[in-house]
Design a protein around this ligand. Sequence first.
Ligand code: LLP
Length: 436
Amino acid sequence: MDTGTNQRIKPITAETKEHLFIGGCDTVDLANKYGTPLYVIDEVTLRSICREYIEGFKEYGNIKMMYASKALCTSAVSKIIASEGFGFDTVSIGEIYTVYKAGIDMNSVLFNGNNKTQREIELALKYGVGRFSVDNFYEAELLNKIALEKNKTVDILLRLTPGIECHTHDYIQTGQIDSKFGFDLSQIDEIVYLIKNSYKNLKLRGIHAHIGSQIFELKSYHDEVEILIKEMERIKTVHNIDLDEINIGGGLGVKYTENDNPPSVSDLAKTVTESMKKYSGEIHTIYLEPGRSIISTSGVTLYTIGSSKQVPNGRKYVAVDGGMADNPRPSMYQAEYTADIANKINEPKNEKVTIAGRYCESGDILINDIVLPKTEAGDVLCVYNTGAYNYSMASNYNRVEKPAMVLVNNSISDIIVSRESLDDLISHDSIPDRLE
Ligand code: LLP
């Protein structure tokens, strides 16, 4: 079988010619034309993983794919993913507004999050968001109150904490018992009772959990499905409510380095559908919310190399024109990445260096101890697998403009997010008159 898209480090269209090419475009030309740092999204890779999800779960039939927008939310990316048959898992009114303005069917949008504000809930209802995943008692009461005022009935799922620990970084693990997200299993009866008897403007459709991110162990999904199905059956017995929808969240891992061995989407599909069949007599609608595995592999970041420093008897630091503000993952999670010198893609790799960012923090290191061809100022460094949680977590630290993003396909490149300008940076500032 071919390698699954999430099992590759590089985009599917990556080619070694005189330089590194992606989507038929010379990445060195992209760097020259659009400047660096530059996020590049390969459309073929993005569409291919979307199709693997749809194809992988086809046999089960009753499945709804919801892209977790938090991984990367832009108008063009939303358009592409919607055109592959996905809905959207959103976590803020900003994400909701982006998909709304991109013309997405709002019925296919789910609103998630542990502290949705009143304003967000009101606007989400105004934009016609199809489902809410209710996270806590406060939200249930607030949502019911707002829905009542607007004379609406809102379809909801209940977010649960299923008590599954998966081996991933602590900060990106969400389904364990001591978690800020969702109802503890011991609180389910109380919330279901309230919905049934008091919150008449909420229509309970199903349950929802998300056990973590960058998951490599399929057994976690098997256990999750078992717990969720048993909980649905228990709710039926105790409260006489038939639930049909089960949302198992996202989390499938990707391959950042040669040491990562994530399962493929088709392996995930087998585990989930087999455990659904094993534990559930009836056919339920399954929702999946993949974020990282959808967008990560399609994205790379191009940087230009500038200064370097050889520590006497120590490391050689090579600095690029970006770093922790466009990719906070290495400094936040000790995340590891793979990279090439795009203009020296055919040269032997014989120098071990550490790629440093340009931000004023010693911890702003993008890649420790990577072996590359001998680097010089002006070289273009391509860091792979930066599609997810890079732009979406980017900041303006050190008052640096956020990079542009281009979409490449068939030797064509188009800007899908323009580079911030210096005036963008000060556009929200104001100086009170008394300081003039
Ligand atoms: N559904 C829910 C409820 C989630 O909380 C998340 C991610 C997803 C779906 C999508 O998970 P994915 O398929 O992307 O693993 N910033 C971190 C990742 C945080 C994930 C938060 N929740 C990182 O850069 O690794």
